[in-house]
Design a protein around this ligand. Sequence first.
Ligand code: NAG
Ligand code: NAG
Length: 417
Amino acid sequence: MLLQKRRLLHLVVLIGISAQLISAGSLHWGNRPFEERLEHAKRILRESPLIDGHNDVAMDIRSVVQNRLEEFPFDQNLTEIEPWASRMACNTDLPRLRAGLLGGQFWSAFVPCSSQYKNAASQTLEQIDVIHRLVKKYPDDLQFVDSADDILAAHANGKIASMIGVEGGHSMDASLGVLRTFYNAGVRYMTITHSCNTPWGDTAGMEDTPEFDGLSPWGKSVIGEMNRLGMFVDLAHVSAQTMRDALEVSVAPVIFSHSNARGVCDVHRNVPDDVLLRLRENGGVIMVNFFPAYLSDDPNSANISSVVEHINYIRDLIGEDYVGIGSDFNGVPFFPIGLEDVSKYPHLFAELLLDEERWNDESLKKLAGLNLIRAFREMEKVRDDLSGMSPFDEPIPREDIVDHLDCVNEWPKPKEL
Ligand SMILES: *[C@@H]1O[C@H](CO)[C@@H](O)[C@H](O)[C@H]1NC(C)=O
Ligand SMILES: *[C@@H]1O[C@H](CO)[C@@H](O)[C@H](O)[C@H]1NC(C)=O
């Protein structure tokens, strides 16, 4: 009798252990209730960093408090503090980043196209400066990084790996010296255009009236210089022909820091299939944007499923190794139902866990950040391979900017100095 009881106990313990094993592994998440999937999604993001390609909170710090950080309580829940709470895009603060288990962020150093040919470069340096100051102010939560290995080190250290991307080629003022200075200030991607053409490349919004039909010859050498430096070429916002030209020229993986698939939502900001196929050859990553207008023809009803649709479309077309996340939080006024702010990333992964045909723990870790880290390493290898090359120092041809020279102080001739 005693023996039988012991056997029964043994059996019960064994069943308990195997149930635990099943729930800890990646078996049959599709059958599990939401709360269990959410917990598992969080476990995945604790083990491996979620890296977001684009967040515009630095733009808000400038526009609301002119970069006075003492007036920006990033360690508070900003949905409870004015003037932040009333803003349309109040998506990001440290408590919510922690709740969302973000592991790495490219903070955007964005200045508007209206500053082109004016003070774009100095405003961009101010945005780079405010991001550095923000990271320094919150050392328990943020750690500045500028390499692939350091993203993993920061994550292992419990910090959000903080990187800088410059959003728009207008920021470099058609000057390779400015581009190199951005690199030296820690910038690790530059978007080739924002919503204006630069004097060397075409933007997506003006595809019907291209100036260069993609990149000018000098624009192509900017791509080469970025490869030499080890700065990602970001093809969000550029015209489809600029995407193709850059992919033709770049010897390093490129990124789309916040872009979606035209095959799902046919708008100019999204990426055509032929470019996605070339991205696979290039080894780059497209980081999927959450802006409803780029997700769905019916933006008002965009929800987590709309983001999943883009992720799955890209995965089915080019595979699971070239897709990532690039929310654009704080950059646009609306977000999908269920993905309203940075605390909600795990909800997206909990939704993907339902789809066991496509996703398991390993592939979700790639989507979250390992794909970006892999591309980052390959870019760094190209930089190292090119380390014997001299910096490219040919100024932009005068005829390419002659229409805009009115506010340029030309370098005096030697005898006038
Ligand atoms: C932030 O505040 C809002 C409104 O009070 C609340 O719903 C949300 O749970 C809070 N988030 C965190 C991470 O504290
Ligand atoms: C998103 O909305 C569609 C209907 O528009 C619905 O079928 C789907 O279940 C929703 N997705 C989620 C995750 O709620």
